[in-house]
Write a protein that binds this ligand. Structure first.
Ligand code: ATP
Ligand code: MG
Length: 790
């Protein structure tokens, strides 16, 4: 019997209930942070299943992260069991991959396509720009990539871009765009923006395809609607339809939820227009407003209201709660970023000691990923368990990318970027010249790079020296051999093992006496483990019979190589956020870990205790925003997001001096601190007494002690003083660092690294340090070294 859940509505307020039960016309739920938008969305799905006889297979829900999708699916599984698997709950990108796999042929692609991330994209654009003789100093590949991405977010195809180009930059961009797109097709690859753009193209160009999805998905629900861009908006509209189509199929029911004040992805083309004009875009739309907040204390909400009220052109809206004022916000002005981190760590320790919070209740926010390092240093030193979300990620490491490139070539031989990446890795005598000869040949014959390689084996490529031809033959044979391993149906982890073994990649690392290579071997072992778990996990989802309910032709076979690659390609920062209940250690009390992340990553989440750090003009708001009202408004929304993540306690801190690129810089207080009503904040410390201006001299303002910095100048330009520290002595001790090979260090500019060599002595002592992605750097160890030993 079908479960009935009349109590689905019990713990909702009337407005929420209306949103959950509304049927028929398109529905927009707009509301401030923490008012239950996500709860409404999840509950609405449950209600559709339980009360409106909707089948899970008719539901498509779009969330912002894969993690949120997994949570939603879990909640629905609780209600309807394994039938929940037939429901599509995913991010925009995952949803599009699913559709594209299924419909690839229609777009003249193969369903084994690769997904290019921003690094692959940049590689390919660099190649294209080089071939088109574009001066990288004048038009950096990054600039070209950003511009092409913007065009795609606006659904502008290469031909239109060429026709519309009005200036030099636009003409160059358009030219690169045309060729880049041609090569993506040839490589049987989609970049991230293509996933959306080409799905839209598919639905708009092929009515029968659109009709299939329209018939299938009768309910489309979108969370965080304020962060959709034009391409995503169009995708939703195409899926749902705005009127009955020729076959008489009515539009699907649409429900979107969002908060214009939390729109923080304008740099990816997100536009709150999509919220503001919902009623115009979708005739007969109904709008529901939610006002009561269930997350935070009134103090926290007052702070959030005060800050966001400064933004121009917004609909006034005040968050309120009936849960009381709660604790005051705690403010802290630190001498430098190390002092700030020490304060945060000390507070967390104290809260944990007093039993007021577990580590997993605490989140530390910063504006940009590189700010995490000082926190890591001190947390490591104090033994405070933590997890950094985002930053230089596992899948971005060189050795991991190399292995994934091999796997991608095996899954999709036409994947040129991956193929060229591993062509001579490890070194097998195929030099740059040979690569160029092959590339030119491929270009001239209008064949793919992979086909050109095979041509070389058959002696068809002119100008290729015999040694290179022999090396290429060896490489092609190797790929064929590995291809057979895949064909034999081996598990992904075993394919990976075969690649590591037969390419000699692992052996080379193991024979090296560079300690960094030892950690590379560890990372590769970790990758094999990930692959192993992936297979086991998918087997579990599929059940003992190995079959998913309602298998979908769009989905790669569970546990297969394409499925693994897809998972890896779409992994997002937020997917690695630790569980709030403190992990899977079920026996005994587990206090979990403190979560460190950027404010962007924290969207949609909530924590009992939140530390907002680095509230300085030039940091938060970001330097870029200081002279630009539009960007400043976006930064202020970011501040609003940060504040509204907190449930019980909010801390805000800033540092008077912060090192940037190894130089101490004095940062004025963030203007957002001034915007917090003074009576809400308990300033634990305003400034070091040694500085001029005096401690507490104009009570209550975080800016009281700041007599230097650029505030007095009346200019909004980010002219920062980088002179000597007001503390006389250097902000960090001037001592010679004593390092040995193998030591781990943390450097202000380069990040975490491992010492690989030490030379000289006394004032001439140097260390060569491998900073991973930042490369190997040789540094003097005497003087004010912006580096600490871990
Ligand atoms: P954000 O804008 O940050 O995404 P949101 O509007 O999606 O926030 P939710 O995350 O859905 O808000 O809800 C915030 C918190 O309030 C959650 O812990 C949720 O369980 C709780 N909540 C929502 N509605 C109610 C209610 N009617 N009664 C009790 N708790 C509620
Ligand atoms: Mg939400």
């Amino acid at each position: 019997a079908k479960p009935r859940h009349t109590d689905l509505l019990d713990d909702l307020n009337p407005a929420q209930r209306e949103a959950v039960t509304h049927a028929g016309s398109p529905l927009l739920v707009v509301a401030g942070a923490g008012s239950g938008k996500t709860r409404v969305l999840t509950r609405r799905i449950a209600y559709l299943l339980a009360e409106r006889d909707v089948h899970p297979g008719q539901i498509m829900a779009i969330t912002f992260t894969n993690k949120a999708a997994a949570e939603m699916r879990e909640r629905v599984s609780d209600l309807v069991g394994r039938r929940a698997n037939a429901m599509w709950v995913s991010t925009f990108h995952s949803m599009c991959v699913r559709i594209l796999r299924r419909e690839a042929k229609t777009l003249e692609m193969s369903s084994s396509f690769s997904i290019y991330d921003s690094d692959d994209t940049k590689r390919l654009i660099t190649l294209v720009a080089r071939d088109l003789d574009i001066d990288p100093k004048k038009y950096a590949p990054r600039t070209l990539a950003v511009n092409i991405s913007n065009l795609k977010n606006e659904l502008i195809d290469p031909e239109t871009a060429v026709a519309d180009a009005g200036n030099d930059l636009e003409r160059r961009v358009a030219e690169v765009y045309v060729e880049y797109q041609r090569r993506l097709n040839q490589a049987n690859a989609f970049d991230f923006d293509d996933l959306i753009m080409r799905t839209v193209e598919l639905l708009q160009t092929f009515p029968d395809v659109a009709e299939y999805y329209r018939r299938r998905f009768r309910h489309v629900l979108v969370d965080e609607y304020q962060d959709t861009n034009h391409a995503q908006y169009t995708l939703v509209r195409e899926l749902v339809g705005t009127e009955a189509n020729e076959a008489g199929i009515e539009p699907a029911e649409l429900c979107v939820v969002g908060d214009a004040d939390q729109s923080i992805y304008a740099f990816r083309g997100a536009t709150i227009r999509n919220i503001e004009e919902f009623e115009r875009d979708f005739p007969n739309a109904r709008t529901v407003l939610l006002e009561q907040n269930y997350r935070s204390t009134q103090t926290i909400l007052n702070a959030a209201n005060a800050v966001i009220a400064r933004n121009p052109n917004r609909r006034a809206k005040r968050l309120w709660t009936d849960s009381g004022d709660g604790e005051k916000i705690v403010g802290y002005v630190a001498d430098n970023e190390h002092d700030e981190a020490a304060f945060v760590a000390g507070e967390i320790d104290a809260l944990a000691d007093k039993g007021e919070a577990d580590y997993s209740d605490v989140a530390v926010f910063y504006r940009t990923n590189n700010q995490s390092r000082v926190f890591e240093e001190i947390f490591i030193r104090l033994g405070l368990p933590y997890k950094v979300v985002g930053g230089v990620r596992f899948y971005e490491r060189r050795e991991v990318r190399d292995m994934l490139a091999y796997l991608r070539v095996l899954a999709n031989p036409e994947d040129t970027v991956s193929l060229r990446r591993v062509l001579n890795v490890p070194k097998r005598g195929i030099g740059d010249r040979a690569e160029a000869v092959i590339a030119t040949y491929a270009e001239r014959e209008r064949i793919s790079f992979a086909q050109a390689l095979r041509g070389a084996v058959n002696g068809e490529v002119p100008l290729l020296n015999p040694r290179s031809a022999k090396a290429i033959t060896g490489f092609v044979e190797l790929l064929d051999e590995l291809g057979e391993v895949v064909e034999s149906g081996a598990e992904v982890a075993d394919v990976l093992e075969a690649v590591l073994e037969r390419t000699g990649y692992r052996a080379e690392l193991e024979e090296s006496d560079d300690p960094q290579d030892a950690s590379r071997v560890e990372n590769l072992t970790e990758l094999v483990t990930v692959a192993r778990e992936f297979t086991e996990f998918t087997a579990e989802v599929a059940g003992p019979d190995g079959e998913l309910p309602e298998p979908d032709p769009g989905v790669p076979e569970p546990g297969s190589l394409p499925a693994f690659l897809e998972r890896v390609s779409l992994v997002a920062d937020a997917d690695s956020i630790p569980a709030a209940d403190g992990g899977d250690d079920s026996d005994g009390h587990d206090a979990g870990v403190v979560t460190l992340m950027t404010v962007h990553t924290a969207k949609g989440l909530e924590y009992p205790v939140v530390f907002g750090t680095g509230w300085e003009d030039g940091i938060f708001p970001h330097m870029r925003a200081l002279g630009d009202p539009t960007e400043l408004a976006e930064e202020r929304r970011l501040a609003y997001v940060a504040i509204t993540r907190a449930r019980k306690r909010l801390y805000v801190s800033r540092s008077m001096v912060r090192s940037a690129w190894g130089q101490p810089q004095m940062n004025p207080a963030s203007r957002f601190l001034d915007e917090l009503p003074a009576d809400l904040v308990d300033w634990r410390r305003l400034a070091p007494s040694s500085s001029s201006g005096g401690f507490g001299s104009s009570g209550g303002s975080p800016r009281a002690a700041t007599t230097w910095g650029n505030r007095g100048g009346g200019s909004s330009s980010p002219s920062r003083s980088t002179g000597t520290s007001p503390f006389g002595k250097g902000w960090k001790d001037t001592v010679a660092l004593k390092l040995d090979v193998g030591d781990r260090v943390s450097h202000d500019k380069y990040g975490l690294g491992t010492v690989v060599a030490c030379d000289g002595a006394g004032p001439r002592a140097t260390a060569t340090i491998d900073f991973g992605a930042a490369g190997k750097v040789r540094l003097m160890l005497i003087g004010s070294v912006p580096m600490v030993k871990l």
